[in-house]
Design a protein around this ligand. Structure first.
Ligand code: CTP
Length: 510
């Protein structure tokens, strides 16, 4: 790392700007408008790294810009995920090292020689430095052939007009917006459009097809018709992209405020069939003897949107996506009864690990959580339809544990009937279930509950080794508590254990 400059010189880097801040509401965001000049106000470039970049740019006579997502989000007045991309005409790595040497404290620089990039973390910000590049891609690989380029070359190779804008950081032009493809106008019109012919942009990097849909979903923008057509045309090229990167984009779509927007776009462009064919199987309805069933594809998307309106939890949203995933496999028409999807919750829960594996989602407690919610997703509804007994509520609490509130959110979201009377009845019954859940929880404290008598105690009492009778007695105690036959207390459970042991011909030895 380079030596720090001994004295911090205050550079007269910022031109005096008289522009008023103007902004306009566009959807969720407030778009920054630049009426008097093409200059971004200094007050908007407050991150300390910009001033240091400007200083190094002047000292080394290098042109430097902030480019991409940071600029887009700045103009949209949207929270940025704390990523800044600095592009310089020259070596990004050398430049990064010089910037790091001027930042207070020890700031390590991670260098990616192969990509010609360098990254530094400054508090919770990631700042990436790259030299301006031209890239060309080969037919069957995402790995580009990279050469040094000009600012224009670099902007040309970016994915969308709204992501191709740069703001100059070189002191003489500090704050100047360079927007060759009219990205500002596209922000105003809420449009996703590629800077070049979309066939070139997408075939250079097919992940961008997913990114187009992801940005449209996150920002509530539309995709310009030529760009959208090109996605349909090039969809097949998604096959050369790694599953991890596809799933990253899919997760961002799922985390958007209204994820169905993205799924419908993935579907109409043909991408969904390629990246998640199992989900497409939910599509369609059938009618026999005048009886139809709902289209589970659109139903699932409605449930997903409903959950998204209630919770930011990505895994709860995955549970919504997968709650009916086994319906196509379990679908049956029973004359006189109609359509059934018997045991789809069991089969669906069993399918979760294979889906997580195929999509390279984590195979950990998140997966277990999704499995559990898929398995239990009908239980509160069934409860609400039948008499809400204490023992049924106890059982549900016992099985759902701490995830009971999420399960109730999922179940509520699952009520998508168009029949208002039906919805009203469900919601009323649900209110009863919730009250009962609260009462039982207060009384019996069954969340994450362990029966008061452990397998250890059973073995010691009857002088048993780990064996079937131990499990039988333990299950009988659990059942008795859940059924309300005995209270959830040690002494009663102990006496019950003695009686159960006796039934099996066991004698108390301790
Ligand atoms: N980029 C691109 N093609 C890609 C990925 C990225 O052209 N496949 C360019 C875009 O100019 C983008 C910038 O690299 O703005 C930074 O990419 P990234 O950090 O992945 O996305 P952001 O645009 O910053 O968006 P977000 O922060 O929402 O991920």
């Amino acid at each position: 790392m380079k030596k720090k400059s001994s004295k911090i010189r205050l550079w007269p880097i910022f031109p005096i700007i008289t522009e008023r801040i103007l902004s306009r509401k566009i959807g969720r965001y407030s778009l920054l408008l630049h009426q008097n000049s093409e200059t971004i106000l200094k007050s908007n470039l407050t991150h300390p790294v910009f001033e240091i970049v400007a200083r190094i740019a002047a000292e080394t006579n290098t042109q430097a810009f902030v480019i991409g997502g940071f600029v887009r989000d700045l103009l949209l007045q949207r929270d940025n995920k704390k990523d800044i991309d600095i592009m310089v005409i020259g070596s990004g790595i050398d430049f990064a090292q010089q910037v790091a040497s001027l930042l207070p404290g020890e700031v390590p620089v991670r260098v990616f020689k192969n990509f010609g990039t360098a990254m530094l973390s400054y508090y919770d910000w990631q700042i990436e430095f790259v030299g301006a590049r031209r890239e060309s891609y080969r037919q069957n690989s995402r790995k580009p052939i990279v050469e040094d380029g000009t600012l224009t070359d670099d902007q040309n190779r970016r994915d969308f007009t709204i992501n191709a804008m740069a703001i100059e950081l070189t002191p003489d032009h500090f704050g100047q917006l360079i927007d060759p493809f009219n990205g500002q106008e596209d922000l105003k019109r809420k449009v996703i459009r590629t800077p070049l012919d979309p066939d070139i942009t997408f075939s250079d990097d097919p992940l961008r097809m997913m990114r187009a849909i992801r940005f449209a979903t996150q920002l509530n923008f539309t995709i310009q018709p030529d760009t959208l057509n090109s996605i349909s045309k090039n969809a097949d090229r998604i096959r050369i992209v790694s599953t991890e990167r596809i799933t990253d984009e899919l997760n961002l779509i799922i985390q958007a405020p209204k994820p169905s927007t993205g799924f419908l776009l993935l579907d109409t462009t043909g991408l969904l069939q390629l990246i998640f064919p199992l989900f497409c199987e939910l599509k369609g309805t059938a009618t026999i003897e005048g009886k139809g069933h709902k289209d589970n594809f659109y139903h699932t998307l409605e449930v997903l949107d409903n959950v998204a309106a209630q919770s930011d939890n990505l895994w709860l949203r995955w549970a919504a996506l997968l709650h009916d995933i086994a319906k196509p496999q379990t679908k049956k028409y029973i004359p006189g009864t109609g359509w059934t999807f018997h045991a789809h919750e069991f089969k669906g829960a069993k399918m979760v690990p294979q889906i997580f594996r195929a999509l390279k989602l984590p195979l950990n407690e998140k997966m277990k959580y999704v499995e559990k919610l898929v398995l239990l997703h009908l239980r509160p509804i069934v409860l609400a339809e039948e008499e809400v007994t204490d023992s049924a509520v106890r059982r549900l609490l016992f099985e759902a544990g701490d995830d009971i509130d999420d399960l109730m959110t999922l179940c509520n979201a699952d009520i998508t009937s168009k029949n208002q009377m039906k919805v009203k009845r469900y919601l009323e019954n649900f209110a009863i279930v919730r009250t009962k859940l609260r009462e039982i929880e207060e009384k019996d404290r069954l969340r994450n509950w362990q029966p008061p008598i452990s397998g250890e105690i059973i073995m010691q009492t009857f002088g048993l080794k780990p064996s079937k009778p131990v499990g039988m007695i333990k299950d009988a105690i659990t059942e008795a508590i859940l059924e309300g036959i005995i209270p959830n207390q040690y002494e009663e459970a102990y006496q019950f254990m003695l009686r159960e042991g006796e039934k099996l011909g066991l004698k108390k030895i301790n």
